[in-house]
Design a protein around this ligand. Structure first.
Ligand code: PEP
Ligand code: MN
Length: 338
């Protein structure tokens, strides 16, 4: 339920109504915008009578939110959210978030070398997996805690904030301390215990869309994190399973305008996992910017042929540099800064 209040309602009156609503057992989330103040109510609102709220002379209107996601809903937060992390901003009113780096951290030389190259190309975040969710238990599982150390070293050398995937709740403490953006991978999008625990932190979470998740399920996963009080979420479309076998997944570009309509959260696109083919990264990265994505997360490797993970979808630093240059006019055409 949303309560829209008159413009210029004194704070004292907003607080009074919020308290009265809280006493009825719901959580009240006030959003003070330029033009209006709204109170977003979360919880069981079925026992609250609309006309009782509308009797308040500072209330313009009461609206019911049909969607099951509330805090992630645009109705609760009409302005697009800006996420501030590591000296950067992510969101519709910020420059594109350009996240790049290898699938996995493999060595000091590899991660520090790639970090310097993607930074020179224009990237503003470094990605790299230390804990890898592999389909086979016999495949390389990542350098784990040593990988985190190497990412920190690459951050130290380049100044790029680091984005890396978490797999288990017991690692939250170390990720909170050492990582800038915590990635929740597609396979863990509905790991509700993990999401709930991440809701207790205030870290920025890059929430990838599950392999077969609907847009609503994806936003409900964001809601799990937000319900705990952590509103710092960046969504990531990374392709979904369809009947098509030619590409690793099918990039759902329609998810970008859909998220825009439904939510205030920023959304970025991962053309690497979406296609599984390095030569498709360039056209789909461009398409993603054209449909309004707030950024890109791209796998870049200095030696894709010998990469320990996802070499077939990784582009070389020189290809990344060209891609970023080619994206500039596309970004400008859709009113985005880089
Ligand atoms: C990754 O980013 O390396 C990754 C494993 O992605 P996803 O969870 O989207 O498959
Ligand atoms: Mn990968």
């Amino acid at each position: 339920m949303i309560v829209i209040m008159k413009r210029g309602t004194p704070q004292k009156e907003i607080d009074k109504l919020s308290e009265a609503l809280t006493a009825k057992g719901v959580e009240v989330n006030p959003v003070v915008g330029k033009d209006l103040t709204i109170l977003g109510l979360v919880g069981d609102t079925s026992k609250i009578d609309d006309s009782w709220i509308e009797a308040n002379r500072n209330v313009v209107r009461v609206m019911h939110v049909a969607e099951p996601f509330k805090k992630a809903n645009k109705m609760f937060h009409p302005e697009p959210s800006t996420i501030r992390v590591g000296g950067q901003e992510i969101g519709m009113n910020s420059r594109l978030a350009l996240i790049a780096g290898p699938c996995s951290v493999e060595s000091e030389e590899q991660i520090c070398g790639i970090a310097a190259e993607v930074k020179a190309a224009g990237a503003n975040f470094l990605r790299g997996g230390a804990f890898k969710p592999r389909t086979s238990p016999y495949a390389f599982q990542g350098l784990k805690y040593d990988g985190l150390e190497l990412l920190m070293e690459a951050r130290e050398k380049t100044g790029l904030p680091i984005v890396t995937e978490i797999m288990a709740p017991h690692d939250i403490e170390i990720f909170e301390r050492e990582v800038d953006v915590i990635q929740v991978g597609a396979r863990n999008m509905q790991n509700f215990d993990l999401l709930r625990e991440l809701g207790k932190t205030r870290k920025t979470i890059l929430l990838k869309r599950g392999l077969s998740a609907t847009i609503e399920e994806w936003l409900m996963s964001a809601e799990y994190i937000m319900a705990g009080g952590n509103e710092n979420i960046v969504l990531c479309e990374r392709g979904i399973r369809t009947f098509e076998q030619y590409t690793r997944n099918t990039l759902d570009l329609s998810a970008i305008p859909a998220i825009r309509k439904l939510s205030h959260l920023p959304v970025v696109v991962d053309p690497s996992h979406a296609t599984g083919k390095w030569w498709m990264v360039d056209p789909l990265a461009k398409a993603a910017v054209a449909v309004g994505a707030d950024g890109l997360i791209v796998e870049v490797h200095n030696d894709p042929a010998n990469a320990l993970c996802d070499g077939q979808q990784s582009i070389k630093p020189s290809v990344y540099r060209q891609l970023i240059d080619d994206i500039r006019p596309i970004a400008a055409a859709v009113g985005r800064e880089m």
